[in-house]
Design a protein around this ligand. Structure first.
Ligand SMILES: [Zn+2]
Length: 490
């Protein structure tokens, strides 16, 4: 197994009954057979996102050519090869003998996982008797949500997830906008959506957000904030970036810019504190809507300092995913959700103290550990770090075996978890654009159990939070930024 796949394996180890070696072998040897009904609306998008998501992980992919259009086969072949040219998808004319079969479409014989988008939501069915009868065509959000649900369903089989950690869906229906199982109420998104957004964090979740927005019938302006370059270890977990990018190492903001062709994208390769300064200096646009896709409570509280009208925070943790939805003056802010604990060090600080490095250095995932950083450390700290000189910081916490501590989400999630979190966040964005009344400012569910068992809570503003104690100043800042942003927006 390649190191870039180790995340999926590590996650799977916690939910399967087999040993790590058996699991690695099982994931590598799994063969997934994909059939497609090319007449289903958005079938090509479901198929492309599903196959590229699967290609980021281990295992063999077979596309069955039941008189598929050549352009569709070529598109899927090229898209998966762009992720990893050394492990191409195999195109077969007959059904190979394999236990895991997925059909992009409503009808397939036998025990086949069927997946169909409807509106912004999706159906997934594993039982032969389930009848999928969509009442409206699926749009791009529905298609990508369908792909992410299908990838999760496949993982339950390939990783042999134990019974009490997963639900095999006989027929699941769910819409990430309305958070309802009634797909007839899911929005169609026929009109062009015009968006003015800031996206903070273009990692596993952020790239999935960019992918979804790029496929929507949408245009507009976007401030893209991320201070890192794409790297090899990102290929297995992100929704953008392929083989070529592992060598050219573009800024993650550049991945967003090149993907969002209908948007005017302003890249900011900096941390959020610097971006806030640039906004207040009139050098970067302030947008009233912010999407965040961040690993740490610290980063979330920093992003809150943009003080937008609405901040939608997508979150993952192991197999869990969810969102925090903040409307200014109505919902809890990120500091309400993630209060600073003064009685104990942050996860990064705890790891940094143990390693003898500064938290600032450790938090800079792109920084390389140098021999000089080891000067003055205790012998045990030196011994622990010495093998990692020349490595990037982002891999360090994992490599030094400190990840069982609260390392503030150093390990990114596997793609289907992040992708479902991104669907929830974009779903909430669509709900806000359409002025839909949707439940909860905190939503979360386990990707191996399913969204039908989501927790949906309406959390209250925390008394004594900065958003209360400094409300007057915050409102002044917001008024200033809104007036300064007005000329920039046109
Ligand atoms: Zn607050």
């Amino acid at each position: 197994m390649r190191t870039e796949h180790s995340r999926a394996q590590r996650l799977a180890e916690g939910v399967t009954a087999v040993t790590a070696n058996e699991l690695a072998l099982r994931l590598d040897e799994a063969t997934i057979m994909i059939t497609i009904d090319p007449d289903m609306p958005n079938a090509a998008l479901v198929a492309r996102v599903l196959t590229t998501t699967l290609r980021r992980g281990p295992g063999n992919l077979v596309l069955v050519n039941n008189r598929l259009p050549t352009t569709l086969i070529d598109t899927i072949d090229a898209a998966t090869a762009a992720i990893d040219p050394t492990r191409p998808i195999r195109v077969a004319t007959s059904n190979p003998d394999t236990s895991i079969r997925v059909h992009v479409g409503a009808e397939a014989p036998g025990h086949t996982i069927r997946v169909v988008p409807e509106g912004c939501g999706a159906h997934i069915a594993s039982t032969p008797t389930a009848r999928i009868r969509p009442t409206q065509p699926g749009n791009a959000l529905g298609a990508i949500y369908a792909s992410a649900l299908a990838a999760a369903e496949i993982f339950k089989h390939t990783a042999a997830v134990v019974d009490d950690r997963r639900v095999i869906h006989r027929h699941l229906r769910f819409c990430p906008v309305t958070l309802s199982t009634n797909l007839t109420r899911s929005p169609a998104l026929d009109d062009v959506t015009r968006l003015a957004l800031t996206l903070v964090g273009i990692g596993a979740i952020g790239t999935a957000i960019v992918l979804i927005i790029s496929e929507l019938n949408a245009e507009g302006v976007l401030l893209a904030v991320d201070r890192q370059h794409f790297a090899l270890e990102n290929r297995g977990t992100y929704s953008l970036g392929g083989d070529k990018d592992t060598r050219t190492k573009p800024w993650k903001t550049d991945l967003a810019k090149r993907t969002l062709s209908r948007f005017d994208v302003t890249p900011c390769n900096d941390d959020i504190d610097a971006v806030v300064q640039r906004i207040d200096a009139g050098q970067a646009p302030w947008h009233p809507t912010v999407l965040t896709a961040l690993d740490t409570p610290d980063a979330r509280r920093s992003a809150q300092r943009l003080w937008p009208d609405r901040l939608i925070d997508a979150a993952t943790g192991d197999t869990m995913l969810g969102l925090h939805d903040h409307r200014h003056g109505i919902d809890p802010c990120m500091a309400c959700h993630f209060p600073v604990r003064t009685d104990e060090p942050s996860g990064v600080q705890a790891v940094a103290d143990m390693l003898g490095l500064s938290a600032h250095l450790l938090a800079n995932g792109e920084a390389i550990l140098q021999e000089a950083h080891l000067t003055g450390l205790l012998p045990a700290q030196r011994a622990r770090l010495a093998p990692h000189v020349g490595s990037r910081m982002c891999g360090l916490a994992r490599a030094t075996g400190l990840t069982d501590l609260n390392a503030d989400g150093y390990m990114p999630s596997i793609p289907f978890v992040s992708m479902q979190a991104a669907c929830l966040a974009v779903g909430r964005l669509i709900a806000s654009q359409l002025n839909l009344d949707v439940p909860g400012n905190l939503v979360q569910y386990d990707s191996l159990i399913g969204p039908h068992q989501a927790t949906t809570e309406t959390m209250r503003i925390r008394p004594g939070c900065i958003c209360v104690s400094r409300a007057t100043t915050i409102n002044q800042v917001r008024t200033y930024r809104r007036s300064a942003a007005a000329p920039l927006a046109h």
